[in-house]
Unconditional design. Sequence first.
Length: 282
Amino acid sequence: MIKTPPGWGTDVVSRAYHSMTRVGPEWTETAAGMPAVRRIHIADLRWALARGMEDFGASRTDLIFLCVIYPLLGLLLARVASGYGLLPLVFPLASGFALIGPLAAVGLNEMSRRREQGLSAGLADAFSVFRSPAIGGVLMLGAVLIAMFLCWLVASSVLYNLTLGPEAPASVGGFVHDVVFTRAGRLMALMGIGTGFLLAVVAMTISVVSFPLLLDRNVSLETAIRTSMTVVMRNPATMAAWGGIIAAGLVIGSIPLLLGLVFVMPVLGHATWHLYRRAVAR
């Protein structure tokens, strides 16, 4: 039976969750084929960020060229949305980048992996991920994250139509006024933030170390997701802090006009690889 991407993604997450709950919270040395997960702390996050900055500094020119795609794409989407009466979707488009950020950072993960091994780590090497044996798992997990992003946009549109809509805002100023000073606008913002938060938590839980693990070892997608979930479950406070760092970085990177993403994105992408190294035993 052919399923939609959201349905397929739900099945993947469900299977990973049930597999995870069968293992138990004390799991360190796992069943056959499962990597062991370490406890990590805030100091490990600082270490990963410092290593991410080092990787960025080593390939700065190539990375700026690669990551300039993200602000340009974001600005294009925002322009299209505002130009066709889709102003309420501009914020969901920008904030939803956090959902697909792990997929966008796969090339950066690969560069960090190669640099760690003493191999070349230039712009062309970032695209070598497409020749990786793990490309199937990477694309499938990426499809799940993209489906979540699309669900977020649909949910945002529905919330707007139920509160301030269905008519399009007359102007940017009028839309901002309605969101801040009307009961319907505040309700929309509260429900939207809650929905986005839940989606972001799920996305981070299933992907925080999944992509680096797929690139680094010969494991199945299910194993990668289970390992990622275990990292979050064994380190909830540290992973919450990591999520906060990512959110803050993306907010800072969005100012001005998303151009800061040219610098924020590579640092976070490289740092994710090094966080994986601290969280998952070799």
